[in-house]
Design a protein around this ligand. Sequence first.
Ligand SMILES: *Cc1c(COP(=O)(O)O)cnc(C)c1O
Ligand SMILES: [Zn+2]
Length: 417
Amino acid sequence: MLWSYAIKYECDRCQRHYELLQPLNTCPDCGGLLEIEYDMPAMKRDLSPSLFAGRERSLWRWHEFYPISEPGCVVTLGEGGTPLIKSVHAAKELGLSELYFKNDTLMPTGSFKDRGFSLAVSFAKQLGLTRGLTYSSGNAGSSFAAYASRAGIDATVLVEYLANPLKKALIAFYGAHTATLYFKSMDEITLMLEKAVKELGLYQFVNFINPVRHEAMKSYAYEIAEELGWCAPDVMVHPVGTGGGIWGAWKGYRELYELGWIKAKPRMVAVQPEATAPIPKAFQEGKPRADRHGDPTKTIAQSIAADSQIQGGERVLKAVYDSGGFAAAVSDEEIIEAMRLLGKDGICAEPASAAGLAAVRQAVREGTIRKDDRVVCVITGSGLKQAYLIQERIPESNLQVEASFEDLQRLLTSLWG
Ligand SMILES: *Cc1c(COP(=O)(O)O)cnc(C)c1O
Ligand SMILES: [Zn+2]
């Protein structure tokens, strides 16, 4: 039994292999994206679902599936292991018999990014790195800052100019250097970072350019399959920015399937805002790569407002096509409606996270999700980080009472009859 069964990096594009214990971002040879490979035959031989049952509920419950070989390098704040909440109200309103929310609003810094940064920062610590950089629409920056601070790694975060002021302040609060990042298209950011990897040897924590972050998102598959009695749901719904979340989860399900722990894989659904929807557009046209599309300033779903995808979004589209899933675009009004519906089910989600539920509603109407499908929406981030939106959009009650019994009685009669 090993603590980790990771064995090497492999390039998506040229299939060249690299030794794992070195700080690589993209392929040194061709610039392609790197994927971490595992010794699946050994995992099949050594591991079984029952092995995990008694362990703590956290991301690290599944350490054999990550590239960390030194337990002492783990940097953790108790991320992962979040509840899978069965919907009461949204399910009824949409007419679904089984709708679940994977509630990652409960993560240490309020978003699912904590999974990825717990793992990526642990990996960086194992390599002895002392500095790192990422860009962020808000949540990734907080997460990186929090974990890097704990690990003694000097973190720099380029914060998109569109990020709301609270999110930007939180990144500095958790201890990172911040600079506001201005750009016309996300393409420019990717180009700048790819060049910095090549010319400066800069180690980065941007999804996919960093080959470790999305490995942590495999935990969605492990956690959800375990909770459903080692069975995958029929449909997994992910809001997509870079696609690290959906790609990681898909990789996790493929591993479980290969190990023989689940009998079927879910259909993967990628959701983006109508105003800027490169993935749904490419899907509609049946293309393997996404072109630039839309305007990220025109949506409230800041965390998934990306007009272009890293390396054409090939991984995201592959997850969608290979799984028999689909991509959907939703409007801001549909997102607000979905936020309110989630609120009734006890979850305060940020707009990007509610986009998934908005897409499910569309898909049920169109028949691409059936009423008896078992559906899981990943609720990626807390609405409290965009609280002003809730204040603006939820009408304030104009009822008033003086602190007197008579006033209270009058109020209750008016409310309850
Ligand atoms: C980053 C983020 C996303 C998008 O995740 P990707 O892995 O980049 O696709 C979705 N929702 C929230 C709340 C986020 O912070
Ligand atoms: Zn390569």
